[in-house]
Each structure stands twice: as structure tokens, then as C-alpha cells.
Design a protein around this ligand. Structure first.
Ligand SMILES: [Mg+2]
Length: 286
């Protein structure tokens, strides 16, 4: 895929990439997917990992807070499981039927003459399904997803023996209850947002220039991590600007009013990219 040609330095525009989170950014939070996803994660922890139901809520909150995703946290504290099985359990039963084609957003995205890429912590199957339901699958040049940063080899069955699944589990609830914990939290073997090093690595893989990219996200902590690594930021789903937020939009449908420069800049540079030429089936990445 050609990321080099097409622009003249003398006419260099401010942005040459629009980077979009997927869930609760391309569609509204009230679609019900996020709520069901949280429930499915809890069910997975009880059914597949044998964790007591009474501990699920506290554990999920602590793991999400400390590791970016519950999945990354579960691996960090010692649980071993197959990533694909986890993803299919957690995402497989989501109410995808609640997502409807969004032709307003589709027209907005296709009319912006700047390259667009998805950056999600979710797996590729989920990302592809969501984009298809929204009728946006051909609006993006590629998808940076779970598989981009986490190789299947590291998760292969040959890397651990079945008895390892019963190995030492770090008690994160006990750890958090201590005023002065005597141990550090274990490191996560999974890379994901909002880890700054993981984000930088992902953008390097996708050949994205941090200094010429604007990042659309609904998660404030991901936005703030993006800001720290040098991205310009747009908080989606909330009109309140806080630290780290350059722009805030209730919905991506308001992009044209809030960011008219995206249309002008792309045209001025002559760096017009028609995303519809590159199908999602040939992602940059993953
Ligand atoms: Mg999101």
C-alpha cells in the first residue's frame, strides 16, 4: 500500500490521517453493545475462569482501570486462556442488530479527502462486523486492532501447559485494598490503548505520522494518552472539553461544522485519497 507518494511538501497540510476508535465512537453509546459487552466479560470470568460472581464487579473495575482492558488485566494477574475464544465469547453474543447503516456518517467520511484508519482494542472479527452493520466498511484504509499488536504465537497452546492455568493468581482486589501495597502490579503481556508505548508501536506499524494525525475517541483516558504521544484529539459523545481534548463533539455527524478545515486542507494539498478504493478485507495491519 502506498503511503509515501501523493503530496507535495510545499503544500503540506496539517493532517494526513484521521484515526478513529470504533466502539461508542462510530455509533452511539446507547446502542446497547457496551452494556452487553461488560455482561459477557463477567460471564466469561465466572464460566470459563471460575472466578466467584461476587468478585466480578470489583475485579473488572480494577483490571480495566489498571490495564486498559479487562482482558489485558486478566492475563497480567495470571489467568491463561485462548484469545480467540475470549473474543468470540465476549463479542459473539452482542446485539449487532441494534447497529443500523449510517449513511450520514458514510457520506461525511467519504467526502473528506484524507486517509482514514480505525484503531480499536477489539479483535478484527468484531471490528469488521461493526463496520459492515454501519455500512462503513469501505470508508477506511485499514484497521489497527488487537491482532496488530498481539501476535497469535504468544498465545499459542505450546507456550503454556494446561497445569499453568492453575498457576499463581495475583489478588488485585486485596492489593487495591492496602493503603501501601508491598508489591507492584504485575505487567500485562497484552498491548492495548491507553498504553502510550503500545499506541506508538501501533501507529508505527500503520506508518502513521503522530504529528499529522487527528484522533477521534469516546474514551477520555485514551484521548489523553493520544495527546501525550503527540496526536491532536477529538472527544466523541461528549461536548465538554477537558485536559487533553482539542475538540469535543456529541456525534461524528457534527464533524463538518466543528472541523471544516479537514475538507479544505485535503483539497489544498492535492493529497486526495479515495478510501473506497481500498476494501477493509485488505487491512493495513492485523
Ligand atoms: Mg470506544
Amino acid at each position: 500500500m502506498d503511503y509515501e507518494g501523493g503530496y507535495c511538501p510545499a503544500k503540506m497540510q496539517k493532517y494526513d490521517c484521521l484515526l478513529f476508535d470504533l466502539d461508542d465512537t462510530l455509533y452511539p453509546l446507547n446502542s446497547g453493545l457496551a452494556t452487553q459487552c461488560r455482561k459477557n466479560i463477567g460471564d466469561y470470568m465466572v464460566e470459563k475462569l471460575g472466578i466467584e460472581e461476587s468478585r466480578i464487579s470489583d475485579m473488572c473495575n480494577l483490571l480495566y482501570k489498571n490495564y486498559g482492558t479487562t482482558m489485558a488485566g486478566l492475563r497480567a494477574i495470571g489467568y491463561r486462556f485462548d484469545y480467540d475464544e475470549y473474543h468470540s465469547f465476549v463479542h459473539g453474543r452482542l446485539p449487532y442488530g441494534n447497529l443500523k447503516p449510517d449513511f450520514v456518517l458514510r457520506n461525511i467520511l467519504l467526502s473528506i479527502p484524507i486517509r482514514k484508519v480505525i484503531f480499536t482494542n477489539a479483535d478484527k472479527i468484531h471490528a469488521t462486523k461493526v463496520l459492515r452493520k454501519l455500512c462503513l466498511e469501505d470508508c477506511f484504509e485499514g484497521i489497527i486492532c488487537f491482532e496488530t499488536l498481539n501476535s497469535p504465537e504468544e498465545n499459542s497452546a505450546s507456550n503454556y501447559k494446561p497445569e499453568d492455568t492453575k498457576s499463581y493468581i495475583f489478588d488485585i482486589i486485596d492489593h487495591s485494598s492496602r493503603a501501601q501495597p508491598n508489591t507492584e502490579l504485575p505487567a500485562a503481556p497484552i498491548l492495548c490503548k491507553p498504553s502510550e508505548s503500545a499506541m506508538i508501536r501501533a501507529l508505527e506499524i500503520a506508518k502513521i505520522d503522530l504529528n499529522r494525525t487527528i484522533f477521534f475517541e469516546d474514551s477520555i483516558r485514551n484521548i489523553q494518552a493520544g495527546k501525550r504521544i503527540g496526536l491532536d484529539t477529538v472527544l466523541v459523545g461528549n461536548s465538554q472539553r477537558v485536559k487533553g481534548v482539542d475538540h469535543a463533539l456529541v456525534s461524528l455527524h457534527n464533524m463538518k461544522e466543528a472541523l471544516p478545515e479537514l475538507w479544505k486542507e485535503g483539497e489544498r494539498s492535492g493529497n486526495v485519497r479515495y478510501a473506497e478504493k481500498i476494501a477493509i478485507e485488505t487491512p493495513v495491519i492485523a
